[in-house]
Design a protein around this ligand. Sequence first.
Ligand code: ATP
Ligand code: MG
Length: 424
Amino acid sequence: MAQISAIRGMNDIHGQQAIAFDFVTETAQAVLQQYGFQSIRLPIVEKTELFCRSIGEVTDIVEKEMYTFNDRNNDSLTLRPEGTAGCVRAVIENGLAHNQIQKLFYMGPMFRYERPQKGRYRQFNQFGVEVFGLASVDADAELIALSARLWEKLGLENLELQINSLGSQESRAAYRDILVAYFEAHRAELDEDSLRRLTTNPLRILDTKNPDLKTLVANAPKLLEHLDAESIEHFEHLKNHLEDLGIDYVVNPNLVRGLDYYNRTVFEWVTTELGAQGTVCAGGRYDGLVEQIGGKPTPAVGFAMGIERLMALLIDQGVVPETSAQDIYMVLVGEQVQRPGMVLAESLRDAFPELRIQMNCGGGSFKSQFKKADKSGASFALVLGDDEVTQQTIVVKPLRTDQAQKVVAWDALVETLAQEFSEI
Ligand code: ATP
Ligand code: MG
């Protein structure tokens, strides 16, 4: 029968990739907890209208990337393309943003109908962080500080922080006219997408991926030069915080981000090591969004990391082992070994919750079991044969050093292993 394959752009994550995935998400969770953030878990499907209203009708995501379908009740639903919209919806619906500060994180799959390539998939995972109720720049700076700490914890190098300010709605509206005049004067050089955007959402032309427009965009008037006074001050304070914290940054005046809801601070962490898919983390302030979705006016700032892109970087930079090594492999050969072997394995798991203990299941010769023990990466094999069972002993055999093996009584095993592991 024909084999059934996965859907294009939707990948199974296994082996070394899975190790990298867990490493990223567990490390991120630990860092977020260190900063006093709380976990929130959100639905994968939302009403389509939520994304149209928040991300913006004239964005790549809403125009052509969403997985939208009618359910059996004929309601239009969408697989979430990003996490912020759902998080804002949840915060409003559960009354979490009213007169209080919320610092939240979440993770999970997102869906976008894009052309699959390295670092760009149709189902991918994001780790998202959102802060509600703080208009002050300390919140923006703390988010950047915690992301910098995460790269350090992951052992990632060569990430560049790019920042920009989008100003207020009003200063952006004034800039929009200036930008339109500039692009109108260069109409002939624009591509089809940009021509359309010129009337619908001209700022988005700055975010074009078309290399032919690079020079035109680089020479465009800069939003940074048309900001309102308060946004300029906010941006200056952000830079001061980053300098105090020793976090290097580059001001990228063309950083406008792919979603419409941002104002003031926007930032991205970028690497040159993943080709065109170089942004591993992106975010910014979105003070108007909560109100736009029907909540009370609530300032907010957040970011999202692409877990697959971080995984690829970690693997390329050699940070992730190919398999997760075991600490102990139990070799069991004989008629009488299964029952005491299982009991011993469980008692060791009680005594050493931090050790990875693999018990050989399914039998096999000494030779084949030792082969598996060696492949597992374990530091020690514990060997149980019928003679050992009769004498209530077990053999502790170092697999990675030339030290001699020891015969140890069952009731001295925990103590012996504690000693052995304290020496490696
Ligand atoms: P890009 O410019 O690469 O399309 P974006 O601006 O659309 O990114 P965001 O919506 O800001 O991306 O999402 C935050 C992060 O999620 C990105 O920086 C990236 O790391 C990751 N990401 C976005 N789209 C994908 C995708 N299709 N596959 C894998 N990761 C993705
Ligand atoms: Mg995109």
